[in-house]
Unconditional design. Sequence first.
Length: 392
Amino acid sequence: MATRRLYYDDAFETEFTARVISCESALVPSFPEAKAPAWEVVLDRTSFYPTSGGQPHDLGKLGDANVLDVRDAEDEIVHVVDQPVELGEVKGCINWPRRFDHMQQHTGQHLLSAMFQERFGLPTFSFHLGTEICTIDLRGPEPTEEILEGAERAANQVVFEDRPVNVRYGTADQLSQLGVRKKVNRNGILRAIEIESADLQPCGGTHVKRTGQIGLVLVRRCTKVRDDWRVEFVCGRRSERFARHDFQLLRQTAEKLSCAPEDLVSAASRVLAERDANFKSFRAMLQRPDRDGLRIISRVFEGTPADYLGFFASVIGKSEKTVALLSTTEDGHLLFAQSPSAGKNMSAVLKQVLEKIDGKGGGTRDFARGRLDDEASAERALLLAKEMLVVD
């Protein structure tokens, strides 16, 4: 017996009653997270959407049972629940926040795909609605930043106009005559979603009733995936959450670089230029000849994050018979590193320095890291270390 799909005609229906046709123990979990035991319930009608076409299934309750998964089994819809449901009448309840979020993302995807195809000739090859990020895979040349922004802006214009979103039924030929975006080769009556004057697409998923309910469409980035271009996007409440999170990251990063958020790019460029200049200076120091074959590089850095010292250490490790004694003035970090051919013991040198100047740290023969209690002692610490290496 085929299950009547109530969500086809009204995706906003959150509660319904149905007749339980069967309830059987689930022998094989439908997904790795499923906990045994579980039962598979088939109803004569349901508002629960099964996983299909890139859209995840609904969650909710059947009576007192929690719905863990919903699967499409040809004409029937199977509800996987955590306790048995008695035959007869049962009340179903949809998890509305999850359902509406999926509706926002899915209708937003239809609209965004239509804009990419109509405005820029880039058809959608596949779609996936993730728990955080949604994606569409475009086929064709690489979308430029101007194309990504243009498709986003065009989609949001339709959102702001609050156009109707309607469900249409017809054969493949009938839908083709109406200008369907993607033709399908299937017999019988098909269901399609129409965004007024913007898109007509065969689809069995749940959708909003007006484009204004999509909320803001936010395109995030585009990456190459095999022969296609994967565009990441979010809609509705997700857009609000991601926009706030992105701004917080910008603000925190700007604070680290002591600049305003709008100056972040130039500030980051400056920091990278300073890092490259330090690397260049270091390479020049490594090329200076040394009388006894051991090259000792000692330097206290100002305005340089302690993490950068590790980058310099990696350069040292590639230079024959070279030792680096590095420190930062701001926080008293010490880093002693050598190429193995130098033949010294960085851990022992650091230990001797910290016996004379308060601090803590440790490491290996070739790499040791520490931190002074008084950052003003950085210059003295490097001088002591250098004296120990010369005497050794």
